[in-house]
Ligand binder design. Structure first.
Ligand code: URA
Length: 439
């Protein structure tokens, strides 16, 4: 099967058959397809699309390109959550421990932040000693002991995605629903999950800027996952403003811990409880959604969720005492505030603007190989909708690099809006899609 023939067929709008797609993925992994032919086929896919069946085969071939975890013999409810990424999105740090405390096994393999969206691994690594690079055996042992592992991808999982994503990144071929779906799902299916809750963030701080785009991605992933035997539900959640009041690394760890203590911002708690409850129902351990939400809230009230986080941190070599003593986390050496320019009502901040400021600050990265500052963070000192007087501090900006802190503050000054009436917030949980609704 010649690469050029597959490229021509896709260029001319034909569907590729399963053998052709599997030959392509084999060529990606064994090196027999050169970069230029892989990139040409990727561009043809961007322009011509793929059917759900084609994308499902692509996903399966990518999963099979490397090692996968397998929990079939455990007979456990193995369910994960994936977020398409947002600003202040610390949901995984709350949801993983809560779901595990309620009886779900969560082999959560996450990524690092890139661009204006933060990454779970960067946040976790703000905890002194916390190891995110675990071998497959270590992941299995952690799951046996504490029911949840919060880790990065092992080197031998889904190698096809590593090569494909690196090429997509530099050839303008990231923006394709089937390619994004296969990329996300192959990494999740390789975790050995039976169910997946997808948090599709929508708005200026998200990959998907409109409900229509978010719905299209959710529909594609649900269909492809179903063909591959993984039940998936997608929840569209608001990302026109940051989630919660903290954006950065250590500051988000603190907000996650506060949420597990029952003292988190209302929006962070609502999204975490909602998504965790969906994982319980998908895993068959939660009754209906209302029952499951009650169980999740009970795990917060009893401290079981917090205790689970302590055990996860210990299991991964981190300093679990941070849960009770936030001074053990990296603290900024330089901190400034942004004040309200006038009296009125503190309007919700634009998530994209806050996310971009967090990259300038060094809390996120603009290049894959850039370091992040674990102490860097932006804190909203008041909830959106609060009354403020002129000159009152509304944001705190901190980090270890004074020039970056000042530059981020200068950006944020322009993003603060004080309005006269009560601002109307778009619904936090906007829509839920499942196999039935996309059939
Ligand atoms: N995230 C992924 O993992 N893959 C994509 O293609 C896009 C976002």
């Amino acid at each position: 099967m010649r690469a050029v023939d597959l490229i021509r067929r896709k260029r001319d709008g034909h569907a590729l058959d399963a053998d052709e797609i599997r030959a392509f993925v084999t060529g990606v992994v064994d090196g027999s397809w050169p970069d230029y032919q892989i990139s040409a086929l990727l561009m043809a896919i961007v322009l011509r699309g793929m059917t759900a069946d084609e994308a499902a085969v692509l996903t399966d071939a990518m999963v099979r390109s490397g090692a996968r975890l397998d929990f079939a013999a455990w007979g456990a409810a193995v369910v994960d959550k994936h977020s398409t990424g947002g600003v202040g999105d610390k949901v995984s740090l709350v949801l993983g421990p809560l779901a595990a405390a309620c009886g779900v096994v969560v082999p959560m393999i996450s990524g690092r932040g890139l661009g204006h969206t933060g990454g779970t691994l960067d946040k976790l690594e703000a905890i002194p000693g916390f190891r995110t690079r675990l071998s497959a055996d270590e992941i299995r042992r952690s799951l046996e002991r504490v029911g949840c592992a919060l880790v990065g991808q092992t080197d031998d999982m889904v190698p096809a995605d590593r090569r494909l994503y690196a090429l997509r990144d530099v050839t303008g071929t990231v923006e394709s629903i089937p390619l994004i779906s296969a990329s996300i799902l192959s990494k999740k299916i390789a975790e050995g999950i039976k169910g997946l809750v997808l948090d599709v963030k929508v708005g200026s701080g998200a990959f998907m800027q409109t409900d229509d785009d978010a719905r299209a991605l959710a529909t594609s992933i649900i269909r492809i996952a179903a063909i591959n035997g993984v039940r998936t539900e997608a929840v569209l959640t608001a990302m026109d403003r940051p989630l919660g009041r903290a954006v950065g690394n250590a500051v988000e760890v603190i907000e996650a811990i506060e949420t597990l203590k029952g003292r988190g911002p209302a929006d962070t708690e609502q999204v975490c409880v909602h998504l965790t409850a969906r994982m319980l129902v998908l895993g068959g351990v939660g009754g209906d959604h209302a029952d499951a939400e009650r169980r999740v809230r009970a795990a917060i009230a009893s401290g079981e969720g917090l205790d689970r986080l302590r055990r996860i941190i210990e299991a991964q070599g981190g300093d679990a005492a941070v849960v009770d003593d936030y001074t053990r986390l990296p603290t900024p050496t330089y901190r400034v505030t942004v004040s309200a320019p006038s009296s009125g009502v503190f309007a919700p901040m634009d998530a994209g603007a806050v996310g971009r400021a967090s990259v300038i600050l060094g809390a996120g990265r603009d290049r894959v190989d850039a370091d992040v500052d674990p102490s860097a963070g932006i804190e909203l000192l008041l909830p959106p909708g609060a009354d403020v007087t002129a000159g009152e501090a509304v944001l705190a900006v901190g980090g270890r690099d004074r020039a970056r802190v000042d530059a981020a503050r200068d950006q944020l000054v322009h993003a603060v809006r004080i309005v006269s009436g009560t601002p109307v917030l778009t619904p936090l949980v906007r829509e839920v899609l499942d196999e039935a609704s996309v059939a």
